[in-house]
Design a protein around this ligand. Structure first.
Ligand SMILES: [Zn+2]
Length: 355
């Protein structure tokens, strides 16, 4: 048996960089996770992208090297990095709007970190990594959506995430669903994108607007009780609590806000027939089961060709309520792609059996 950690796993987001260790079987949870604030836009709002990129890359190299130097990391054979932006199959980060802002040059993350650390480095998009957490042999095809301040989405099938080798695709959050001139702006600068409407931020914007436009209805709602009747006191937490309590005012607005997300799911189903969709991310988890119920209502109203309402509802589920999707997922990816002593031994046993 192999003992001790075999992989270093890291998750670089706009807010935090987390680094931990994982065993090769990939079933366990990350250990010894160390969290530092990302030296990008979150800590230095408005900083020039090239400067923030330089800071973040230095931080990555320093934190990963420090984690590898710890005695507990002895035996680590490879490093996995989950990255908040599109990444090519060769591990080149194409963009990082939430980490160092727009329009910086692509960065060969895998090659650069590999040369610095002297170990193989697998760099992948964070939602791609998260999808690997949920991949099992009997869970062959599924979509994973993260619904927080924005929306990310990836489709996973037969051991791979269905995106282009150069990093295109898997960006349903930036699919334009509202074509009006006054549609809300997305983080990316685009207008009317799914991630600006069906996300936590999009729902909050719509609920505050409705509370201003329909004062009497708002005044009689459970949401008004939770917020003292003040529009500015409406938060995502209050919206989630009112939704869980079945408040009709909040419920109606959530149905409208999640309709474009239901259309996106209906489109994926109509195109390639995937019949399982998991939802993670702060806002979806906060609303809880009511989130998938409301999304199910909207999807049933749209219809999925060939499926009954019960079958449509059964396609939707919440993922785990923790924040470890990408760390666990990138560890599972490493376990699948990096040959190790255990798998070599298992191969030997399998060959012996055949003889
Ligand atoms: Zn966008």
């Amino acid at each position: 048996m192999v003992s001790g950690p075999e992989f270093l796993v890291a998750d670089l987001g706009g807010t935090n960089l987390r680094v931990g260790r994982m065993a090769a079987d990939g079933d366990g949870r990350p250990e010894g996770v160390r969290r530092t604030a990302t030296e990008g836009l979150g800590r230095h709002p408005g900083g020039p992208p090239a400067e923030l990129r330089r800071r973040v890359l230095r931080q990555l190299e320093t934190e990963l090297a420090a984690a590898l130097a710890e005695p507990a990391a002895e035996g680590v054979r490879a490093v996995g990095l989950s990255f908040a932006g599109p990444v090519t199959a060769a591990g080149v980060a194409l963009a990082a709007p939430t980490v160092w802002g727009g329009c910086a040059e692509p960065v060969p993350l895998s090659a650069r970190l590999g040369a610095c650390l002297g170990l193989p480095v697998l760099a992948v998009n964070d939602i791609t990594a998260a999808a690997w957490r949920y991949a099992t042999p009997d869970n062959d095809a599924f979509g994973l959506f993260t619904v927080s301040s924005g929306i990310g989405g990836k489709i996973f099938r037969r051991g791979e995430v269905l995106i282009d080798d150069e990093g295109f695709g898997g960006e349903l959050g930036h699919w334009r669903v509202d074509h009006s001139a006054t549609a809300p702006l997305c983080d990316c600068g685009g207008r009317g994108h799914l991630g600006a409407i069906s996300s936590g931020r999009g729902v909050l914007r719509a609920v505050r607007q409705a509370a201003r436009d329909h004062r009497r209805e708002f005044a009689g709602s459970a949401l008004a009780v939770l917020t003292g009747g003040r529009v500015q006191a409406i938060t995502n937490e209050a919206v989630a609590a009112a939704a869980r309590a079945g408040d009709p005012f909040t419920d109606r607005l959530l149905h409208a806000a999640l309709r474009p997300l239901a259309i996106a799911v209906a489109g994926v189903f109509a195109a390639i027939g995937v019949r399982r969709y998991l939802f993670i991310g702060g806002f979806a988890v906060a609303v809880g089961e009511r989130f998938v119920e409301i999304l199910g209502d909207e999807l049933i109203a749209l219809g999925c060709f060939g499926l009954s309402p019960a079958e449509i509802r059964a396609m939707l589920a919440l993922g785990a309520a923790d924040d470890d999707h990408s760390l666990i997922g990138v560890g599972r990816m490493l376990a699948a792609v990096v040959p190790g002593p255990r798998s070599a031994k298992e191969r030997a046993y399998a060959n012996a059996d055949r003889r």
